[in-house]
Design a protein around this ligand. Structure first.
Ligand code: HEM
Length: 517
């Protein structure tokens, strides 16, 4: 016992020492890293080619930039869609100063910002797995994602993708349409009853309703359970997102994430609880004699047919379930929230899409063919994902020495692109780039801008979103059914404040005035 205590004390001292050393390195970088040093560090790392403009960002400067929020002018809500200026003013400013290609440092290793269309085309069309998910991101979001499909690389990713991706092919998604329609019922019923009790017009904070809807779809389509069962997992995952972003992990100081600080203990508790809740869903499924051949079935089969150890098999199952609960929940709900906010503030488009929906689907239960025919609705969703991409920044790490255009990118260097900049660039989208104008998508994505590969709300390359067909079908059904039952306008309570907390979301949610048609 004595020995054990002694060992624990030694480990504690070693971790504390590492954390302290990390802090010193950070301080050194913050205070001492000057442009010349950064330049020579880059040369040493082999970043060469036509010199991208160099930008020095020390950690304090960047933290300050990050905390500077530009507020949208209140009266201009419907037209002020410049998310980049609101959420990443520093990138906007640097881009104006340094151009579409520059190197910046967050006080650690240099990262390359790319918005240059030619180079982005090379990245987005690159099929090589050598541009992988950055290791810094894997560390930061490790407690959330584990070694699941979203964060893994190379052979591990390829194995998972082979099992998971086919579950979300369009043919499979078509089979989920009835279930998705059923998931809209609680929402439609509660809005109807609120309208009745509130005297004909209800002032509704829509966010949680849309989360329940997307949570219900994922729980039922992928796990054969319902939202009530999935809800505990979703709520804990949301808490874990908060814990990860506020815990000592986000400081980037090595070692600190292992110290038993209050926020770390909270994180560990949530991780353990989510793990057990997912195993409960799995156990229930294993007991059931007759069940759907759904996503969970395929993950369990994949695990059975692998040669992984018992522990690795459990992680494979839990991590991948966690990844789907996480990826499919918030993103879809937030996309629907933004889309409804835009329709509420653009009555003309609301009327146009409603007329289309009622014309194609007067019975109120759309099928795959009807959804495909709803062109105006598709255009509105595309425009909404252009102005408010739920995942507004994408990054990749060169897993070996790579070349993009004339630029050498050494192994270990990250490249970043910011969707809220590239998807609203007037040079690419025209002078109305910041306006809500779904008509730009009348001839599809290719007709909407001069560089269609710069439209990437679902990501790009081999790591493109696995659930994009499911997400589009969910959004179409939900919005079609809402428009055939209700009319909306923005509530005076609504304050326009896009913010990033893992995803791009409205800081205060969205409030709508809803009337029954
Ligand atoms: C409108 C809703 C959605 C949006 C905007 C969205 C966006 C994205 C983006 C941008 C990525 C790539 C991230 C990166 O490259 O770093 C991604 C990946 C992914 N998404 Fe989605 N997503 C949505 C819905 C869904 C749904 C419904 C599911 C599943 C049920 C899902 C599952 C995934 C998975 C598993 C990945 C990782 C793919 C891989 O790395 O191979 N997503 N998503």
């Amino acid at each position: 016992m004595e020995e054990l205590k002694f060992d624990a004390a030694k480990i504690f001292i070693a971790v504390a020492f590492l954390a302290f050393a990390g802090l010193l390195v950070r301080l050194y970088n913050a205070l001492v890293l000057k442009p010349d040093r950064l330049r020579s560090a880059l040369r040493k790392q082999g970043i060469t080619g036509p010199p991208p403009t160099l930008l020095l960002g020390n950690i304090w400067e960047i933290k300050k930039a990050l905390s500077t929020k530009v507020k949208a002018p209140a009266r201009e809500i419907p037209v002020y869609h410049n998310c980049a200026a609101l959420i990443t003013p520093f990138f906007e400013q640097w881009r104006k100063q340094y151009g579409d290609l520059f190197v910046f440092s967050l006080g650690t290793s240099p990262k390359i910002f790319i918005n240059e269309p030619g180079i982005l085309r090379e990245i987005t069309t690159c099929t090589s797995l050598d541009f992988g998910k950055p290791s810094a991101q894997q560390k930061e979001f490790g407690p959330l994602l584990g070694q699941g499909i979203i964060s893994s690389n190379g052979a591990t990713w390829a194995r998972q993708s082979k099992i998971l991706a086919p579950e979300f092919y369009m043919e499979k998604v078509k089979g989920m349409i009835n279930l998705i329609i059923e998931s809209t019922t609680p929402l439609l019923n509660s809005w109807k009853s609120r309208i009745e009790t509130e005297g004909g017009v209800a002032d509704i904070h829509i966010d949680d309703y849309l989360r329940s809807f997307s949570g219900d779809v994922i729980s039922r389509a992928c796990f054969g359970s319902n939202y009530a069962q999935g809800e505990k997992i979703f709520l804990k995952l949301r808490d874990l997102i908060g814990a990860v972003s506020t815990s000592s992990m986000s400081t980037g100081i090595p070692g600190l994430r292992y110290l038993p600080t209050r926020s770390n203990r909270e994180r560990w508790r949530l991780q353990k609880e989510i793990h057990s809740l997912i195993l409960e869903v799995v156990k229930e499924r294993q007991k059931a004699s007759n069940h759907e051949k759904d996503f969970l079935h395929m993950v369990l089969e994949g695990a059975k047919n692998s040669d992984l150890s018992q522990e690795a098999t459990e992680s494979f199952i839990v991590d991948n379930c966690k990844n789907i609960y996480l990826a499919g929940y918030e993103t879809t709900a937030i996309s629907a929230t933004w889309c409804l906010m835009l329709l509420a503030s653009n009555q003309e488009w609301q009327d146009r899409v409603r007329a289309e929906v009622l014309d194609i689907c007067p019975c109120g239960t759309p099928d795959a063919d009807m959804l495909r025919k709803m062109k105006q609705l598709t255009m509105v969703i595309h425009e909404s994902l252009r102005l408010y991409p739920p995942v507004p920044m994408l990054s990749r790490e060169a897993l070996k020495d790579m070349k993009l255009g004339d630029i050498n990118i050494p192994k270990g260097v990250d490249i970043w692109t910011v969707l809220s900049i590239s998807q609203t660039d007037p040079e690419i989208w025209g002078p109305d780039a910041l306006k809500f104008n779904p008509a730009r998508f009348a001839n599809g994505i290719k007709g909407a801008c001069s560089h269609p590969h710069l439209y990437m709300p679902f990501g790009f390359g081999p790591r493109v979103c696995v659930g994009q067909h499911l997400a589009m079908v969910e959004l179409k059904i939900l919005i079609a059914l809402l428009l055939s039952n209700f009319s909306f306008s923005l509530s005076p309570k609504y304050k326009h404040a896009p913010t990033i907390s893992m995803v791009l979301k409205p800081e205060n949610g969205v409030d709508l005035l809803v009337k029954k048609l």
